[in-house]
Design a protein around this ligand. Structure first.
Ligand code: AMP
Length: 242
């Protein structure tokens, strides 16, 4: 019953509704679930070693095995599950413990920046709202510009918009139509990939502006929701997966 992507660009849409917050099935709720990094299809990628790693949940053991999963386990351990937020039945992946720790925040920015590989990035695009936190810092690190994709009604100049279906209703995201030049190298970042509707809508906007998508990068991916199947044949990375 989750979002079937239904994107279209037009002038008027129904009112903006809140993003869906996804409730993992019970089997996926345990914090003791083994760690596995999600795949990236980027070919010449510094994350290649990460995506080749096997399950690994103890940093010391990972290192002994030469498994670079240890590189992000400390981030995973810092993510806090908040049950029944913002409404009953939802398990919210709270990233504020990462943001509030200078070493963890720095590491998350470093690792997200590395998902660009060796390619020079012109613009890092962040998705409203937690995506902004990471994307702006990554943009600074990569000496790139930062572009926000916002919920409807927040951007002041001329926009393009894309709508996508939520569990109940529809959401709309917007981008300034002059934010991206044709052919620019883009790194798209959000905090979390769930059903993929939000990121797919963002990609639709970027495609429409002629963006060259170098990578789509998430701090967290809820793999059991298979959100990346909505993103097409894109290079996709996530630092933490459930
Ligand atoms: P989706 O469009 O289903 O992929 O949802 C992704 C967006 O919703 C991201 O911007 C997340 O911030 C937010 N989101 C969805 N599920 C959760 C969750 N369980 N915990 C925290 N944020 C979530």
């Amino acid at each position: 019953m989750f979002c079937r992507l239904f994107i279209f660009v037009q002038e008027a849409f129904s009112p903006l509704l809140a993003n869906p917050l996804i409730h993992p099935p019970p089997a996926m709720r345990s914090p003791a679930a083994s760690f596995s990094h999600t795949t990236s299809i980027h070919s010449d990628h510094p994350f290649r070693a990460l995506r080749e790693a096997a399950n690994c949940s103890v940093p010391a053991a990972c290192e002994q095995l030469g498994n670079p999963m240890a590189e992000t386990i400390h981030l995973r351990e810092a993510v806090r599950d908040v049950h029944d937020f913002p409404k009953p039945g939802i398990v919210f992946k709270d990233i504020t413990p990462i943001l509030g720790n200078s070493a963890l925040f720095k590491d998350s920015i470093k690792l997200l920046a590395e998902t660009a590989g060796d390619t020079t990035i012109d613009k890092v695009v962040g998705i409203d709202a937690r995506g902004f936190i990471f994307a702006s810092a990554v943009a600074d690190r990569l000496n790139a510009g930062f572009v926000p994709i916002r919920k409807k009604g927040k951007l002041p100049s001329t926009t393009r918009e894309a709508a996508y279906e939520l569990e109940y209703g529809e959401a709309i995201v917007e981008i300034h139509e002059d934010a991206i030049k044709d052919g620019e190298n883009i790194l798209l970042i959000d905090d979390l990939l769930a059903t993929g509707g939000t990121a797919a809508a963002a990609l639709h906007l970027l495609d429409g502006l002629g963006a060259n998508i170098i990578n789509v990068s998430f701090l967290i991916e809820l793999t059991f929701l298979e959100g990346r199947t909505k993103l097409g044949a894109r290079p996709i990375s996530s630092l933490i997966s459930y």
